[in-house]
Design a protein around this ligand. Structure first.
Ligand code: EPU
Length: 301
């Protein structure tokens, strides 16, 4: 999707920077995704005006955070992509509260808080992505989920068209799912974290890092787990039991390290990855009678 020069000039008045024809394969951890114009939102206070303008001009848009849990279609995309710049996102601590911008790196936030003797989030250390993406998905690992610590979220709320602050109690955080609307844009979060000496936090972080290194293909292009775990079950174990590790469609492959990670071994297309996902889902359905739900978010074109 292309933004006209006239619209680009109007967006610039709201502090929006246009980057034309960006290959989104460079913005996602899977290394997959077609091309479109990217709009960098440099002033969060103008987001309602920007959204209003895009709606009036009938410009379809999506919001891309860290790009670590998304599978984006190939070729020219019929929507523009909005992004909050990630250089120097704000993070500060006051007592047991941490105030963090959504554009911050999730692991960076865990370390920042740890150095100030605030723990609880050790399990999240190796989860790639932005704080905003983690909030939206209620990211979790090793018994921790971010939602447990959220006290307030500042966001652009699509239903009202305004910037708002939601109390943690008014947000539902379920397994890899929240009550935020798809079009909401996370801006900032206030977390309340337990006090813990840095050394203790560091020891737990090390344990989680080792577990992750031992079981997940961290050096390959992936979007983490492809499927959610079914209630009481493990998608990875079922796919492994079916002998599908290493199974390929083009350059998309079931990881030979963790069967719920699907990796892009070279130049996989979105079509390859989708076929692999469908084939594996079907094999699990036939053998186990379980219909696996995607954990990765799919953006079609
Ligand atoms: N297993 C196998 N073969 C495999 C993979 C796993 O037999 O190829 C078995 C393991 O031996 C274990 C069980 O399946 O007994 C569960 O595996 P694991 O501990 O790796 O956890 P998981 O349920 O596959 C979940 C999250 C991960 C998170 C880990 C650690 C989901 C879908 N996945 O994986 O999150 O890192 O626990 O807490 O909830 C993600 O969300 O993208 C993600 C990677």
């Amino acid at each position: 999707m292309r933004i006209s020069d006239t619209l680009a000039a109007r967006l610039k008045e709201f502090g929006v920077e246009l980057r034309p024809s960006v290959p989104l394969s460079e913005k996602t951890s899977l290394g997959i995704g077609g091309t479109t114009d990217q709009l960098l939102l440099r002033k969060s206070e103008t987001i309602p005006d920007v959204m209003h303008l895009l709606a009036n001009e009938n410009i379809p848009h999506r919001f891309l955070g860290g790009g670590t849990n998304v599978l984006i279609a190939d070729d020219e995309l019929p929507y523009v992509v909005l992004h909050l710049p990630t250089s120097q996102p704000g993070m500060r601590v006051e007592g047991n509260a941490a105030y963090v911008d959504a554009a911050a790196d999730l692991g960076g936030m865990v370390t920042f808080c740890a150095k100030r003797d605030l723990g609880g989030m050790e399990g999240l250390i190796g989860v790639p992505g932005s704080v905003g993406g983690a909030l939206r998905m209620n990211a979790g690992a090793y018994g921790t989920q971010i939602g447990s610590y959220v006290r307030e979220v500042e966001l652009y709320r699509a239903s009202t068209g305004k910037l708002e602050i939601l109390r943690g109690d008014d947000i539902r955080f379920d397994y890899r799912h929240t009550s935020f609307a798809v079009e909401d844009v996370m801006l900032r979060v206030k977390l309340e974290l337990p006090s813990k000496p840095f050394k203790e936090i560091l020891a737990l972080i090390k344990v989680c890092n080792e577990k992750r290194r031992a079981s997940q293909p961290l050096n390959q292009k992936s979007a983490g787990c492809i499927f959610k775990n079914p209630p009481g079950g493990s998608a990875g174990r079922m796919i492994d039991e079916l002998g599908l590790k290493g199974h390929r469609v083009g350059d998309a492959m079931v990881s030979d390290r963790h069967a719920n990670f699907f990796v892009n071994v070279a130049n996989a297309s979105c079509a390859d990855m989708l076929r692999l996902i469908d084939e594996v889902r079907e094999r699990v359905r036939v053998s186990y009678g379980v219909e696996l739900d995607n954990e990765v978010i799919f953006w079609k074109n």
